[in-house]
Design a protein around this ligand. Structure first.
Ligand code: CA
Length: 472
């Protein structure tokens, strides 16, 4: 078997519905679309916990967060754990990681499994960022650089590719900071969209009626954006509340899309390099993001909740030797599956304990008969000061979603008040794909509710997570 190369590009908070290959109504991404056109677009790729560090840990380790220990933003990756880049390195691949790591720093948390790495400390900065890099002998050093973060990370990737040993395969991890909050564009895209209004999502005016009380209380509305750091402007005087909400959306979404445009340009540079070096045929190219994002959907920004816009990950994979150009799949895959899948395609064994399952057959257009039709989700953080999103777990099938806001499992007060009662949401994704009609408790839903609760328990047991009391 030939040993393919891997270019794994992951951005931070890039929602599928801001990619034209996924039918975006608000922007175009011609270079990301090149990956989709030459490979497969996966329409049902989901994160198992919609928040940065936990999703990154799930991808690298092939395990759920209760197993890899990175359940929240405050937990760091134990870098002695098995990861799929380590498996590639051990089997002879040249490996490197550039960009956002966000899984902790220091001897116990720095990147491992990479011959070379240079990463942003914590969240990093958009302009003139500082990086931390391996000094090659177990220590680290700080690098100060002028320029724009998405360009610099790409520069590092291309420099490393140019300097690699051409006789050995490579696996390159390009992890962009963008388009994470606070959405700071570069000079090239600074005035993009100045003269246009961006379309509002259909659910922008969602009043959240009928949704769980804790969902109605989350602090991710347009009015929760910080005018100074998020919107970089002073709210114009004299606006009505609705006018201010609209104004805030335009400020927010334009900067988000400008930052995405830079990612798209830089993905183009990577693809051009592969073409120019004759490596497009034998290189697996992946584009994904650690989770989705609300782009004004339901009136929100940010992620965390199990709603579709946040749960869905963009996932585009091109590998001409194995994947038909322009193919599309709606099979359910999760971030825990990414590592085992890539190893499978590259002819490398995953560790025995890995929980993810290879979806290489899905990429080949041959979905196995026993392929899962549901997925398990759990968001562990509870009622943090900034966003106020409650802890919850749930199940998504091809047609329905059941979410349990179990809130604090120990009955302790959250950061912002007393312990909340357990609440549930039930959505019919066929009749109500935008999730505005919570059917929980409605007459006639007893049977589907029972089926979904059984499936939720089955999945919790299958991944080894603990059920919590849910006294509905
Ligand atoms: Ca993220």
């Amino acid at each position: 078997m030939t040993r393919p190369n891997l270019v794994f590009i992951m951005s931070d908070d890039h929602a599928s519905h801001a990619i034209s290959a996924y039918g975006s109504r608000i922007n175009t991404t011609p270079h990301l679309d090149r990956i989709a056109d030459g490979g497969m677009r996966l329409d049902a790729a989901f994160c198992t916990n919609s928040i940065c560090a936990p999703s990154r840990a799930a991808i690298l380790t092939g395990t759920y967060n209760h197993v890899n220990g990175v359940t929240t933003l405050d937990t760091h990756l134990d870098n002695s754990l098995w990861t799929f880049p380590k498996a590639l390195q051990a089997d002879g691949w040249q490996t490197a990681m550039f960009g956002k790591w966000h899984l902790g720093h220091g001897a116990a948390h720095d990147p491992t499994g990479f011959d070379n790495w240079r990463v942003l400390p914590g969240q990093g900065h958009y302009h003139n960022p500082v990086f931390v890099e391996s000094d090659g002998s177990g220590g680290t050093s700080i690098v100060e650089r002028g320029g724009y973060v998405t360009d610099l990370i790409t520069d590092d990737c291309l420099d490393w590719l140019d300097a690699r040993d051409p006789d050995r395969p490579f696996a390159l991890f390009c992890h962009h900071k963008a388009p994470h909050r606070t959405w700071e564009p570069d000079a090239k895209h600074f005035t993009m969209y100045d003269d246009v209004d961006i379309a509002f999502p259909d659910t922008f005016r969602d009043d959240l009626a009928g949704r769980a009380d804790v969902v109605q209380a989350v602090r991710m509305r347009m009015l929760d954006l910080d005018p100074v750091t998020d919107l970089k402007a002073t709210v114009p005087p004299g606006l009505s509340v609705d006018e201010e909400i609209d104004w805030r959306y335009q400020r927010y979404i334009k900067d988000y899309l400008r930052v995405v445009a830079s990612i798209d340009d830089n993905v183009g540079r990577m693809l051009d390099w592969l073409d120019a070096n004759g490596l497009a045929e034998n290189t697996i190219v992946v584009y994904t993001s650690d989770q989705g994002f609300f782009l004004g959907d339901h009136g929100w920004f940010d992620k965390r909740l199990m709603y579709e816009e946040s749960l869905s990950m963009p996932l585009l994979i091109r590998y001409p030797a194995q994947i038909a150009a322009g193919s599309v799949s709606d099979d359910v895959v999760v971030n825990v599956d990414f590592g085992p899948t890539l190893l499978d395609m590259m002819g490398v064994e995953a560790a025995e304990h890995v929980q993810g399952r290879s979806f290489a057959d899905v990429l080949h257009g041959r979905t196995p008969d026993d392929w899962p039709e549901s997925m398990y989700y759990r968001y562990w953080m509870h009622d943090d000061d900034a966003h106020g999103v409650p802890a919850h777990y749930g199940v998504r099938t091809k047609t329905h979603k059941l979410i349990c806001y179990y809130n604090d499992p120990l009955g302790q007060p959250g950061a912002n008040g007393p312990a909340d009662p357990v609440e549930w949401e039930l959505f019919d994704l066929v009749a109500d794909p935008v999730e505005v009609d919570n059917m929980w408790g409605r007459p006639g839903t007893e049977r589907i509710t029972a089926e979904l609760r059984t499936e939720l328990s089955r999945l919790q047991a299958a991944v080894g997570d603990e059920p919590y009391p849910t006294d509905d």
